[in-house]
Design a protein around this ligand. Structure first.
Ligand code: ADP
Length: 510
């Protein structure tokens, strides 16, 4: 049954029908700072870009509101020429602003054209490695525009029934809705609680935030303002991107000081953990341009991708598995654990290629490792989407030793490409990868290797032990093929998760 048919069948059989038939489109405004295919620095962009198509069969029509960054100038220019703005303001925190409609690869996009805030050098958040000094203003402006569109609707008559705010950059949308007296419901999704959008209380007036709501139950976070906390307090419902991360966020080790807010919302039944999916058309080993196609039934060509990847990095054929790592190089991602564990892994016959950028110390550490093991360690510092596809297609295992991981996408790409994930037991990693355990024969549910299961710590020793088990299984070709097949058969698309968002949105309709 096609996704759309499944969605309609479930809708017609569930309480969701009380809110209206599936084909009477309901509308959601998604507010975010990045979105595939326009601009991406991490998993947030994948999610924001993939969810609209996944929600469509459930009767939800999405528009995505994004900042009109300089990188999107061509698109903005075309949109300006194509039609009148859908919203405008003479003064949005220091300059004029317009919202223009654009369609990109089937996605309905609203671009916030505010040159004084977004027509800048650098990436979406930083320039030359430093955060833009006025990020709180830039993303408060995004949130203000999102709230205005929800309250007054777009000039073409489109008006959202629900607003979906993503991460701190959209955290003030639910607050602005509240101060406008709006009854449009909002969903605040936390993709990573470590980033909170902190700024001084002296900015409240400038950002049109009322000083009367500056207290610990609303905008205040230990004497300053947190845009994320504001959204977490004021949204109708709070979601995060995996069930395990939802539980973890109630604990001080993971909550970054906001565990009390999460716990309070959980206790009121207003917290959901909904796993991310991946776009299975963009990430499809059977149709990935730039690699040799293969499938769960015919994995032979994966060997050719493996050889090509070894050649690309100038590595010799290893006896053991070829591991790939594609990540931001940060403490969260456990890069220090990799630096500790990889020498032993390659000494045991493994090889590894790493693609990433981030903390200078980790970049240097990885370069050093590659220089010490030129036959078996390859490192590419930078961001390269096409190379990441070649790595998933050519790798035997993908390593994700994160200390915390709200959902994680790379292990999902690994499952899809039969590149067996080796992951830490945290957040979405533990929700999506199943360890074989100790027994024989190989469990029919095993899809990867998991280490650091509580009370064990997530450390280099645990990672090494998991890598050792992967190396052992790799020598048993039949078992390895079985695990790879099981990994590739794991559902990783959006169908299930989109239904959960749709049911949630439906439950909020006023
Ligand atoms: P996070 O959002 O915390 O960085 P996720 O696993 O949720 O982690 O998503 C990361 C996304 O960014 C994945 O799509 C991954 O493939 C991609 N990615 C990370 N680093 C790179 C890189 N250097 N080159 C290409 N893609 C990358």
């Amino acid at each position: 049954m096609a996704a759309a048919d499944t969605a309609r069948a479930i809708l017609s059989a569930s309480a969701v029908t009380e809110t209206g038939p599936a084909d009477a489109a309901r509308r959601v405004l998604s507010v975010a700072s990045e979105c595939v295919p326009l601009l991406k620095t991490g998993g947030l962009a994948d999610v924001v870009g993939a969810l609209p198509a996944a929600l469509e069969p459930w009767g939800w029509d999405t528009r995505v509101l994004l900042p009109g960054y300089r990188q999107l100038n061509d698109l903005l220019e075309t949109a300006r020429r194509a039609g009148e703005p859908l919203w405008q303001a003479d003064d949005l925190f220091g300059g004029p602003a317009r919202v223009y409609f654009s369609q990109v690869e089937g996605l309905d996009v609203l671009l916030l054209d505010a040159p004084h805030l977004f027509d800048r050098e650098g990436g979406p958040y930083s320039v030359d490695g430093y955060d833009q000094h006025d990020n709180h203003v830039r993303f408060a402006a995004l949130s203000w525009a999102g709230s205005e569109l929800a309250v007054h609707g777009c000039a073409d008559g489109w008006r959202p029934d629900v607003v979906h705010a993503h991460d701190w950059q959209a955290g003030l949308v639910p607050s602005y809705l509240k101060y406008a007296g709006s009854n449009v419901p909002s969903v605040m999704t936390i993709h990573n609680i470590a980033f909170q959008g902190i700024f001084g209380a002296d900015q409240l007036d400038r950002l049109r935030l009322p000083t009367w709501d500056f207290h610990p139950d609303a905008l205040e976070y230990h004497g300053v303002v947190s845009a994320l906390k504001a959204g977490m307090v004021h949204a109708s419902v709070l979601t995060t991107v995996s069930p395990s991360y939802a539980q973890e966020l109630t604990r001080p080790e993971f909550g970054f000081g906001l565990e009390g807010v999460v716990t309070a919302r959980r206790d009121r039944g207003e917290l959901r953990g909904i796993l991310n999916g991946i776009d299975t058309e963009v990430w499809d080993p059977a149709a990935d341009t730039g690699t040799i196609p293969y499938s769960a039934l015919q994995t032979g060509p994966k060997q050719q991708n493996r050889r090509a990847l070894l050649k690309e990095f100038g590595l010799t054929e290893p006896e053991g598995p070829l591991a790939v790592v594609i990540t931001r190089l940060t403490h969260q991602k456990g890069v220090d654990l990799l630096l500790q564990a990889l020498p032993e892994f390659v000494a045991g016959g493994g090889a590894v290629v790493v693609l990433g950028s981030g903390d200078a110390g980790y970049e240097e550490g990885l370069r050093h490792l590659a220089a010490q093991h030129p036959q078996s360690v390859g490192v590419r510092i930078g961001y390269d989407e096409a190379l990441s596809h070649r790595m998933f297609a050519g790798g035997d295992v993908v390593l994700v030793p994160s200390r915390f991981e709200p959902c994680g996408l790379t292990q999902l790409y690994g499952l899809r490409y039969g590149t067996v994930p080796v992951v830490a037991s945290t957040g979405g990693l533990r929700d999506t990868v199943t360890d074989p355990g100790a027994g024989t024969p190989l469990s029919s549910s095993a899809t990867g290797f998991v280490f650091g299961e509580p009370p064990e710590p997530i450390d280099a020793e645990g990672l090494l032990e998991a890598l050792f088990r992967a190396q052992q299984l790799y020598t048993k070709k039949r078992d390895w093929r079985q695990m790879r097949r099981q990994a590739m058969s794991t559902p990783v698309g959006w169908q299930d998760s989109a239904s959960k968002y749709a049911v949630l949105f439906d439950s909020l309709l006023v």
